[in-house]
Write a protein of this length. Structure first.
Ligand SMILES: [Fe+2]
Length: 226
């Protein structure tokens, strides 16, 4: 992805979050110059990969396969001082997150506002393919069984609980508008805890055609020396 595209997606995301009265912490708006004035006190942000995360999953077609995320809080798998994570995400109509499961993370995906959110689920086979068996899910505390590949449509306010090892993908339903998604989960570790059905990259490859507006969590190592 071009940095200019990421910068403009951040501005659109901020508008959408503000429209829905969802406000990000101050570090969301730190410029590189602000970061450079910080020291050890911000290590949790860096070590736990908090902050902006915009990905096309290495496919180069963000509007078909892409997601805007902001990790608000997260634990560190090494210290486990905090064993939970909260993210906010924005997904557009028909914009899909590649089918994946997590080895450890269990998560609640919540439709906080906007359009309708479609979530598709499968069990996995022993060789990590999609199983054809019915899938048990929990929608807002209520158990439900859906067929393999069943699509659960969540309206604003509704959520689904996804345990580890359940394949899932999601997108905003066509004709309903962008969705503001919340994610409440156990610790998130994007380096080792995602298994994608098809080989994709978790983070975008970035072509630096302009200065970053705000850093992505995957930029900290490159830009900061904390
Ligand atoms: Fe997931």
């Amino acid at each position: 992805m071009k940095r200019s595209e990421i910068n403009s997606l951040m501005l659109d995301a901020i508008d959408f979050l503000n429209e829905n009265k969802f406000y990000l912490p101050k570090f969301a708006y730190w410029k590189i110059g602000d970061w450079k004035k910080k020291g050890e006190e911000v290590k949790e942000i860096i070590d736990c990969q908090l902050g902006w995360d915009i990905s096309d999953f290495g496919k180069g077609i963000f509007h078909e396969f892409g997601l805007i995320l902001f990790t608000i809080r997260n634990g560190d798998l090494k210290t486990l001082t905090k064993n939970y994570c909260e993210k906010v995400m924005i997904v557009d109509e028909g914009q899909t997150t590649p089918m994946h499961y997590h080895f450890k993370k269990q998560e609640d995906i919540i439709n906080r506002a906007g359009g309708s959110l479609n979530v598709q689920v499968y069990n996995k086979t022993e060789d990590d393919q999609l199983a054809d068996t019915p899938v048990s899910v929990v929608i807002d505390g209520i158990k439900k069984t859906v067929k393999a590949g069943g699509v659960i449509c969540l309206s604003p306010g509704e959520s689904i609980y996804l345990p580890s090892y359940i394949y899932h993908t999601f997108w905003a339903k066509k004709g309903t508008g962008k969705v503001l998604i919340g994610e409440v989960s156990s610790v998130n570790d994007d380096r080792f805890d995602n298994y994608f059905l098809k080989n994709v990259g978790r983070f975008a490859e970035i072509e630096e055609d302009e200065e970053p507006l705000y850093l992505l969590c995957s930029d900290y190592e490159k830009y900061l020396n904390i």
